[in-house]
Design a protein around this ligand. Sequence first.
Ligand code: CTP
Length: 409
Amino acid sequence: MKMVPDPLKGKKIILGVTGGIAAYKSAILIRGLVSRGAEVRVIMTPSALEFITPLTLSTLSSNPVVVNTFPVSQKNGVDLQTWHIEYALWADAAIISPATVNTIAKIVHGFADNALTSVIMALRCPLIVAPAADTDMYNNPITQKNITELKNYGAFVVEPENGFLASGLSGIGRMANTDKIIDAAEIVLSGYKKDLNGKKILVTAGPTLEDIDPVRFIGNRSSGKMGYAIAKAAFLRGADVTLISGPTAEKIYPEINLVKIRSAAQMKNAVESHIKKNDALIMAAAVADYKPAKYSGSKIKKEQNLKSLALTTTDDILASLKKDDKIIVGFALETENEIKNADKKLKSKNLDFIVLNSLKDSGAAIENDTNKITILYPKGSKQTGKKQFPLLSKFQTANNILNELKKLF
Ligand code: CTP
């Protein structure tokens, strides 16, 4: 990946680890944060020691791990340390992962009875909390009330997911995937909040594949990364997200309503049926413009000596869509006369804005983890003119697109 600025680079993060089985995942979380250039200092609660050793976490973070509130090295005399205040002032963000129902309850009620809760009480920076508990402990109305309170106090809660639990039960309570916690840290450290709360956003992503016969298709090189990054960023910023996706290798958060399609025609049907329930559509998919004129139900054999394939055009989803009061955002992938071509699409598809990628920019668009975009607005829009953005990760690009979308709500 081409080097782009990383919002996590150089950031100072306190990681609080509490006593739940998901504590083993804190090793992976530290690795992820450190590999992005963050500095991590770990504080463990005494019960976390039952699940993972401080040696593992100090080795991975290259920093000492704090467990005790009071210095244990000092046998006599007074050690004048206010380390908990220094830690709190040092941090750009704090993450508690996993956060047990016990620690959540303590924080909400202002307890400072161990090293971690003492630091949390003194924090000036944002706090990210990833709860983990067995399903009944998590669903307990007391826990639910505490989590609501935690949010009211301004914490960014990365909700647990559904799945197998250590008890053998299945249900909500599994700690969020560590990749999602790192995405949340990026959102928070970039200064975003749940600013899309209550918005319903429909995103399309990936290629469409147009089948020739049961084993062959016409496709394109779209990886789906841009659309998936938009869906993730919108979800973390509070939106209710539906993602209509062509075949890709990308993974999405379980809370996002994923609608899998294959062809342009299926994508058109899915967009038309979902647009009604959404406030905005971001059409990042690379929809095929052509499909075989005739699908062969049986495999085309070599002996048939096929010399050419008759094609027909697919429907243009954006151009044929009934806009009503929805905000519609399109993409334009160009190789030449970029602005002129994108502007033409902006008008002909009646879009609120268009996101232009040029294949002339290295590191941009198809298959890359980075993108370089220009956003064009139509004449007469609340926003006008064109906005150029530098080469950034697709996740940062996604957030920039969402910032523009937000202005139109
Ligand atoms: N699009 C669509 N339906 C299609 C083709 C494209 O809705 N059948 C959407 C894309 O999702 C994108 C926008 O239209 O948001 C522009 O797509 P692009 O491939 O850049 O342009 P096309 O209109 O297909 O024109 P061309 O391929 O000739 O550049």
